[in-house]
Ligand binder design. Structure first.
Ligand SMILES: [Zn+2]
Length: 253
């Protein structure tokens, strides 16, 4: 099965590197399902909704105040213009004089009423403003919490993405050392056997199915550089060597 110049350790290495890639990939998938981030976003949305409500409540009330102030200004202008006419000496009819005086009294009374209303509205505005400020503070706090949690997640993802990139490179490199026919078998077995194509034979046990090989199978294992087939799980079996432990250690760190 194996080329004589081929070191089967490379095949074990490819399997171990690919295992590490899928483990890291699963970690990435788990990190992306970020419950605390989702919850922080929900809290921010709720705080924003509360703020928007408080803010539009303030604006609506302030618009009422502005409208009343505009009304007072218009009426004051009218009063002034009436007074101008009253004191201009151009009005000769006493009826006309009376009309202007009467109108000014009504306008002044109306302005007093509006000014009282404005004062009441301003008290309400103070309360609404305090509510808006508090809502803004809560919204800002939630916003920075979202940024903090998202930032932490992105940092972890960046680290893992770099690790995966390094592993992919290592996988490519080790694949250049494996003859095509062995790679072909590797991929076929991998697809059939849930992603694990290679096992290590150590102390008569298969590292993947954890079964002890029957003595009849063990007798056939004569060349440690040959690739065998586990008679129990059908995987490509490589006889154990110390370099495998070294590779596992490297991949752990
Ligand atoms: Zn096996």
């Amino acid at each position: 099965m194996a080329d004589k110049k081929f070191d089967p350790t490379n095949l074990v290495e490819l399997q171990l590197v690919e295992n590490a890639i899928s483990a890291r990939q699963s970690e990435i998938d788990v990190i992306k399902i970020n419950k605390p981030l989702e919850e922080a976003k929900k809290r921010f949305d709720a705080a924003k909704e509360y703020f928007d409500e408080a803010d539009s409540g303030y604006r609506e009330t302030d618009d009422k105040r502005k409208k009343l102030e505009g009304e007072v200004e218009l009426q004051s202008d009218k009063i002034k213009s009436n007074e101008g006419k009253l004191f201009s000496g151009t009005i000769t009819s006493s009826k006309e004089l009376e009309n202007y005086q009467e109108e000014n009294e009504l306008l002044k009374a109306s302005n007093i009423k509006y000014e009282d209303e404005i004062l009441e509205i301003m008290e309400v505005l103070d309360e609404l403003d305090a509510k808006v400020q508090k809502a803004k503070l809560a919204m800002d706090e939630n916003k920075s919490e979202v940024s903090r949690v998202a930032g932490e997640m992105n940092e972890k993802l960046e680290v893992l993405t770099n690790v995966v990139a390094g592993l992919n490179k290592r996988s490519e490199e080790v694949q250049t050392l494996i003859p095509d026919d062995i790679k072909k078998t590797y991929n076929e077995v991998k697809n059939k056997k849930g992603g694990i194509a290679v096992s290590v034979l150590k102390n008569s046990f298969c590292s993947v199915c954890n079964m002890e090989l029957p003595s009849i199978a063990l007798e056939k294992i004569e060349d440690p550089d040959e690739i065998y087939k586990c008679p129990l799980c059908g995987r490509m079996s490589v006889v154990y060597r110390a370099e495998i432990d070294q590779i596992e250690k490297e991949l752990e760190s």
